[in-house]
Ligand binder design. Structure first.
Ligand code: G3P
Ligand code: MG
Length: 261
């Protein structure tokens, strides 16, 4: 059983607000969303920040690598103007700011660990350590109850395209569940999940077949898709047994979206 919310706002607020910012989280919240996916990368000083691209140019003006700048330098940068003047000055935010925001508003998190090249292990380890420390009370409650952490939506779910990053997260914070992200489902998917002791497979809905969905569910793993932007497609893949998905269109697909339609 998928214990998490079924519908998740991609990069904070989908395409309605500047991705991976507090403005995006506020936008998701205003649309009734209490579940979010976002991308976490390390600044030069090892502080996790929200960022999708490893280089500047698309959402933050400039050239060069994000990982060459400290968190103080990054959080002074504008990550909002690219989407429109109403977002001008919206800064790059830290992962800790997001943890606080989500706790304050009861928002569940799919934390995508997005390491810059060469920082896979360090990013997985640090994001996991910060998360484990933040959720120490929830983890302790679980240990006391003897139930598996997988069954608890009070804990976030890590995901990453980087096997190494997830492996490092597993070592640093084994009690935070993991989902393995893959654009296309390869033949060895089950082995990868076993090696990571992962609870779910996260994949691109565009390449998913009904048979693959069935195989993942028969193997008793969660199945999560990105990035589903029409109600018709959402209904179709949910009908195949997909447990949840993230969307850029939080305006078209409500947080309470369900199969019948
Ligand atoms: O986690 C699902 C999705 O966010 C993966 O792709 O590139 O949008 O981070 P991307
Ligand atoms: Mg992502």
């Amino acid at each position: 059983m998928w214990p998490y919310p079924k519908i998740v706002a991609h990069r904070g607020g989908g395409t309605l607000a500047p991705e991976n910012t507090l403005a995006a989280l506020r936008c998701g919240l205003e649309h009734g969303y209490r579940a979010v996916e976002f991308d976490v990368m390390l600044a030069r000083d090892g502080v996790p920040i929200l960022m999708h691209d490893a280089v500047f140019g698309r959402t933050v003006r400039g050239v060069g690598k994000v990982a060459d700048f400290t968190s103080d330098e990054l959080t002074a940068m504008d990550a909002g103007s690219w989407l429109g003047p109403q977002f001008a000055g919206e800064p790059i935010c830290t992962y800790r700011q997001v943890l606080d925001f989500c706790r304050r508003h009861g928002i569940w998190m799919n934390v995508e660990i997005k390491p810059a090249e060469g920082f896979e292990v360090e990013t997985g380890r640090i994001v996991a350590q910060v998360t484990e420390e933040f959720f120490a009370d929830e983890i302790a409650a679980h240990e006391a109850s003897g139930r598996g952490t997988w069954a608890d939506p009070a804990l976030p779910l890590f995901s990453s395209f980087s096997f190494e990053a997830l492996r490092a997260a597993q070592v640093a914070a084994p009690d935070i569940p993991r989902g393995f992200l893959t654009d296309v489902i390869e033949d060895d998917w089950q082995l990868r999940l076993q090696e990571l002791d992962a609870v779910a497979l996260h994949t691109n809905h565009k390449y998913l077949s009904p048979m693959q969905a069935q195989a993942v569910k028969q193997a008793a793993y969660g199945l999560f898709c990105y990035t589903v932007n029409t109600p018709t497609r959402a209904r179709e893949i949910l009908g195949w047994g997909v447990d949840g998905f993230c969307t850029d269109r939080i305006d078209l697909i409500g947080a309470d979206f369900s199969l019948p339609g």
